[in-house]
Design a protein around this ligand. Sequence first.
Ligand SMILES: O=c1ccn([C@@H]2O[C@H](COP(=O)(O)O)[C@@H](O)[C@H]2O)c(=O)[nH]1
Length: 273
Amino acid sequence: MKTTDLIAQIKKKQSFLIVGLDTDLDKIPKHLLKEEDPIFAFNKAIIDATQDLCVGYKPNTAFYEAYGMKGWKALEKTINYINEKYPEQFTIADAKRGDIGNTSSRYAKAFFEDLNFDSVTVAPYMGKDSVEPFLEFEEKHTILLALTSNKGAYDFQTKIIDGQEVYKHVLQTSKSYKGSENLMYVVGATKAQFLSDIRKIIPEAFLLVPGVGAQGGSLRDVCTYGMTENIGLLINSSRGILYNSSGQDFAIAARNVAQQLQEDMQDILVNRT
Ligand SMILES: O=c1ccn([C@@H]2O[C@H](COP(=O)(O)O)[C@@H](O)[C@H]2O)c(=O)[nH]1
């Protein structure tokens, strides 16, 4: 997907919400467990109930890999369903990959060509040759972990090396990578206070922002410090949307939370200066 199409969708829907499809068989309504593919049945209902309120979906591959072949099949059915029925949706494989170049090129092929995701999350730790194979794909986006939402982010990401925090090195150095126009970055909603500094280094790039909902990050703080002229933010919520009812009304309950987030986003967009 072209970034211009993503921006157009955000403006049309007045939403920059990404629904996280972290589908856990221990958490989905029990009546779905008798379906042939409970994970896909749950995802399909959530997608149909929220697609007009969000601009994308982010399955975290861990929730599929945990169930082996069945899980991988459910992931494939989910991405195919979105691409066929709602092709305007921006899709993110939250897989946090990255390896020596030869191996990264296989990861890129798996997510961009075989599964046909629009984007994949990548860990920057192994450097340039581990990231550039992902950046070769046209109209595909590589979402580099910059400053993550968890407490462990302070173990390494904020440590100062050569006078600058490690996450700033990630932002600065990655701008010189071949194909860097295809980069986006992960910044956790719980790290909103860092966003002004982040925008000094990457004023325009889109940020994937997880951590609103179950992790307690503030949508308004993220928007105050991280929003750009073209919005530049994709706010993800997974558990906060998915698991609000264990009854037959689970998809309606998910829609209600997604709708509240969309209305908050619309309010922010309408009132921004
Ligand atoms: O810094 C990061 C990077 C990725 N994630 C992922 O996003 C979702 C968040 O789920 P919630 O249920 O809304 O907390 C999940 O897939 C994480 O693995 C993140 O939280 N922080």
